[in-house]
Design a protein. Structure first.
Length: 114
């Protein structure tokens, strides 16, 4: 059974920073891509950032230059460093990992106050 556990969310003032972590545990051979999605109330879920097994990254235009996704394959963990946070970044952030299938964490809330 594969589980994803996120951590690092919280309340921060605009302009501040947070670092999210997502650890994958369970029985598996390999993690392919990993990513972070977010969903704000009343809005559609959007892909924030993704990273391939080889380290290639992709970002939503709204976070380019402010967010950085990385991964530590030895720890089966992905990170999302979020700098210069804005109130519009407020959302539930969920981690996803592609193994044989796609797996999701339960999410961590990020709230940015103005």
């Amino acid at each position: 059974q594969v589980q994803l556990v996120e951590s690092g969310g919280g309340l921060v003032q605009a302009g501040g920073s947070l670092r999210l972590s997502c650890r994958v545990s369970g029985n598996f051979l390999r993690i392919n891509s990993m990513g972070w999605y977010r969903q704000a109330p009343g809005k559609q879920r959007e892909l924030v950032a993704s990273i391939s097994s080889g380290g290639m990254t992709n970002y939503a235009d709204s976070v380019k230059g402010r967010f950085t996704i990385s991964r530590d394959n030895a720890k089966n963990t992905a990170y999302l460093q979020m700098n210069s946070l804005k109130p519009e970044d407020t959302a539930m952030y969920c981690c996803t990992a592609r193994l044989i299938g796609d797996y999701w964490g339960q999410g961590t809330q990020v709230t940015v106050s103005s």
